[in-house]
Each structure stands twice: as C-alpha cells, then as structure tokens.
Design a protein. Sequence first.
Length: 355
Amino acid sequence: MKVLQICGAQHAGGAEAHFLRFCIELNRFEGIEVIALVRKGSWLEEQLGRSDIKTYPLGFRSSFDLITRYRIKKISYLEKADIIQCWMNRAASLTPKTGHGAKIGRLGGYYALKYYKSMDWLVGATEDLCQHIKEAGWNPAHLSCIPNFVNLPAAKDPMESEQLRKTMGLTGKTVIITPARLHSVKGLDTAIQAIKLLPEHYVYLIVGTGPEESHLKQLTETLGVQHRVIFTGWQNNISDFCYGSDIFLVPSRHEPFGSVLLEAWSHQLPLITSDSQGALAITEHNRTCLMYDKHSATALKEAVMTLAADDALMQALITQGYQELLARYTAKPVLNQYIDTYAKASHAEQTGRGE
C-alpha cells in the first residue's frame, strides 16, 4: 500500500513533529510505503531528508496555489497512491478530488470543513473533535476517531541529567518544563505569572520558539523573574530537558488534543495541565494529572504546591499516566487503527466511483 502524507507547514511545532513521527513509524509497517509531500525549504523537508522516506518538496504558497495542486494530483498518479492523507487546512484544500487514491483529512483542531470538501474520509483526534465534525454536517459513517501517539524515549541517564542541570545552573532547583510553540494560545504568560507566586527555588524551562518570544521575555523582566525562566529555543529532542526536570506543565488556553500531554507520561514526569479541550479529553484530574483553571495563575501555583506536599500523589500521577500511555497512545495500536481506516476509506472511495 502506498500512502501519501501531505503537510504544507513551514516551521517546527508540535503538529509538525507529530507528522514526522507518524510518517517514520508508519513507514516501518510491512507492506506500507510512505511518500511525503511537504513544503519546500521547511523544517519537515530538512528532517525527512535524514530518513529513508521518499519526499517531494512543493510550494504550498497559499490555499490557491494551482501549481502545488496540479503537482499533488500528478504525483498521486505517478506513485499510484492508494491513500492520500492530508494534515491541516492547506494540504486538504490543495488536494484535488480527482487525485489517485482515497483522500483522508486528519483534523487535530477545530477546523472549518470547507477546506476538506475533496476528502472521502475524515479522522478526528478526540471524540470532541469528531462531534465538531459531525455537527458541521459530515457523514459519521465516513469518520474515525483516532488519537495521537508518541514514541517511548531512550532510558534516562542520571549522570547526563545531573550534568545538564549543573551546566544550566539548575542544581538544587525544582524545575518545571513546558515544551511549546511560543504562541498566545499556549498560556505561557499565565505560567510565568505563576512562577512569580512560587518560592524562589522553582525555575521554569520553556522549550520552543514562536511569535510571542519577545513579549514573554519582556513579561519575565516586568515581573522580576527573568533569572528563573529559561528559554531554550526549539529542540528536536526534548528528552534531555525532560529528564533534567521535576514537573511537566501544559498551560494551554487552547489545545485540541495535545501530544505534549503524552510526552509528560512518556518521560514519567508528574503532569500539571490546564483544563483545555485536549486535557479534558484524555487526562483525568487526580489520576493522570493535576488540572487547574487555564485562566488562573493562582490556581496553577496551588496545583504545584499540592504536588510538592504529596509525594504519594506525585508517584501515583507518574505511574498512572505511564500506564495510560502504554495502553492507548503508542505507535502500534494507533497506527493499526489508521490502517483499518485506510481500508474503509479505499472501499468508500471505490464505491463512490462505482467500481
């Protein structure tokens, strides 16, 4: 089975990292060949160039890019694609109905379905996203709910973790980590305000880049916590930083699924998360996380202090989060659901053509 995976994103971020992970892991399945169509000059083109996945760099200049639209159709016929899977609006809107193979749109957010008119099938990452899709008028018979997944990281090396903490001046500190694109929806300003309310030994590690970086750095200076908030920039591998941390925080105002939540569990860190849509969908307060009001820095501070005062709770969150990950959110069970969906979508597409 030949599967085209299409994403027109330019920069690195959580969705792009998941696309890359998805392509690499799916390509390992026997009988499946993944072919990636990504934006020329993008982070994804660079990363895929280090893999054995056949990659076509395309323009993806806008949703009206007729050249990219033509090339997607041409490549689908050249490769005799069985499946064309589109990630996010631009990829879906540029994929013609007449492309070779069944067209599947994967929605990781609450997108308008006007961009997915050429799709034969849709996949939502949570039940709430699937409800959004059905309420927009999509045929529920051509809809699957399949979550994201993460890979299990390499085992922790205590000596390396201690060396990283020493190098970064974190010895004796309690380190809170958030990997995120620095965007207003990620709630990093609320997290920084909470750091101001916490005791001096708490330090905040922000792993990522984005348009809000200068604003967030200015906020740390305004609050006088610039010495307690460290911006690491984007990291292709966050494991070293996770293993050098004590608490994993996801403070998002808006997070439709949030693969980042799974990263907390995979690195066996206690998770504190805001009550975003994604967190409400896949986590459980006092079992796999501590959850707080996404608008309240005080509530976040109280969650941190609750965790600090209860070692048994901390260990329970770590253990139960990791068990939840292994049961539902690793590559094999998730990708098997996609392969089943590919078969259903192919049948639906062929039936629609009258074959």
